[in-house]
Design a protein around this ligand. Structure first.
Ligand SMILES: Nc1ccn([C@@H]2O[C@H](COP(=O)(O)OP(=O)(O)OP(=O)(O)O)[C@@H](O)[C@H]2O)c(=O)n1
Ligand SMILES: C[C@](O)(CO)[C@H](O)COP(=O)(O)O
Length: 244
């Protein structure tokens, strides 16, 4: 039986699992036109400051590892000090892909980490409700992620020609944090990278080894800052972020 399953089965329900948040923040912000989106100002502080505030305030997260580019190690370490984020364990250098960055962050987690919560540095408006629900679910089943029903009709197309229209009731936009048993995600990501699998999220790494992922409540406000208009939307959503 897999190590993670043994741990899941024997975990004493009263004990909260030790959860390490890994924050991938080592991208190139290409779709933002090249400005480092995680350092752009949202409200009165950088995007990443909002993200780390949310994670540092979450009682179910015990430590945080930030993964960023070599050239941002100093400014982001400074940002962590200014924010007074007591849970930030380390700021480490990422890799060429998101998955590589995430795996480097996981390898930095404490020996005793039982859960890994992987949260995009570019998702600054995550709420405590979303964090709490997805971590609890992952503690129960080993793999969970928040998601929202898609609002548009989605078309599958090749070369601009529609091939099919999936049933919208079965389509969800998955967000982060994506939360997993530590041993499970470490092994699954290493295997995916060894096999050259192209992953756009972390759930895919465990899905490809047959693990079922549970979806929990997402939030349309938990948007990922990707293109310039996302920052405009995020500004408008700032004071609305924790309203139920
Ligand atoms: N090699 C990479 C690529 C992405 N990320 C992080 O993964 C999160 C989601 O990725 P995305 O929004 O695609 O960020 P970028 O890769 O910077 O965006 P783009 O694709 O437009 O370059 C971001 O916080 C980004 O910093 C990372 O840590 N390492
Ligand atoms: C992980 C993610 O945020 C889930 O929606 C998304 O897949 C990240 O995609 P990106 O291209 O790395 O921003």
């Amino acid at each position: 039986m897999a190590e993670w399953l043994k741990r899941l089965l024997k975990r004493n329900r009263e004990q909260q699992a030790f959860c390490t948040a890994v924050v991938p923040a080592a991208g190139s912000s290409t779709r933002m036109g090249g400005q480092d989106k995680i350092l752009l100002t949202l409200g009165d502080v950088p995007v990443l400051m909002h993200t780390l505030r949310a994670l540092d305030s979450c009682p179910r997260i015990q430590e945080i590892v930030v993964v960023t580019r070599e050239d941002l190690i100093v400014p982001i370490s400074q940002l962590c000090r200014e924010g007074g984020f007591s849970k930030v364990k380390s700021v480490v250098v990422g890799g060429a892909s998101r998955a590589e960055s995430v795996l480097r962050g996981i390898r930095e987690a404490s020996e005793g980490a039982e859960l890994i919560a992987i949260h995009d540095g570019a998702r600054p408006l995550v709420s405590q409700a979303v964090l709490d629900e997805v971590i609890r679910k992952a503690e129960e089943c080993g793999a969970a992620a928040p998601a929202v029903p898609v609002k548009d009709t989605i078309k599958q197309a090749v070369g601009g020609i529609v091939e099919r229209t999936p049933d919208r009731s079965e389509l969800f936009a998955v967000q982060t944090p994506q939360v997993f048993d530590a041993a499970l995600i470490r092994g699954a990501l290493a295997k995916a990278l060894e096999e050259g699998a192209a992953l756009t999220d972390d759930c895919s790494a465990v899905e490809r080894i047959g693990m079922k992922v549970s979806l929990t409540g997402g939030d349309y406000r938990n948007l990922k800052i990707t293109t310039p208009e996302d920052l405009v939307l995020a500004e408008a959503l700032l004071e609305w972020r924790e309203k139920p």
